[in-house]
Write a protein that binds this ligand. Sequence first.
Ligand code: SF4
Ligand code: SF4
Length: 109
Amino acid sequence: MPRINCGVENCAYNHGKYCCASVVRVDGKSADITETTYCNTFLDGMGYTNAQEYNMQNSTELDAILCRVDTCAYYKDEHCTLQEIEISSLTRAEDKTQTDCLSFERRNY
Ligand code: SF4
Ligand code: SF4
């Protein structure tokens, strides 16, 4: 089972700094730096009256990390090949594009 350590604490899927979504998609096609990648599955927990309750109801094992960042060294066939990655945001994320995949590494062609 892959695992995502996530610092985006206001995401509804964040449970104690781990991601509890069943599938996550990282995006940022043709990204060349970390800041141009983002978690497309981000869901602002402020939209829920009780984000913690939402987490508990939806808490599940992460089955797959899907990814569209074909410039990353760990990208293969629309998936991430790492078993553990790190997602975060510099400040409270208002939008999914403010999140970053910190595990991104530019592929050397
Ligand atoms: S931002 Fe993405 S990786 Fe982080 S908890 Fe939310 S869905 Fe999971
Ligand atoms: S490490 Fe690379 S392949 Fe894996 S999710 Fe992040 S950007 Fe995608």
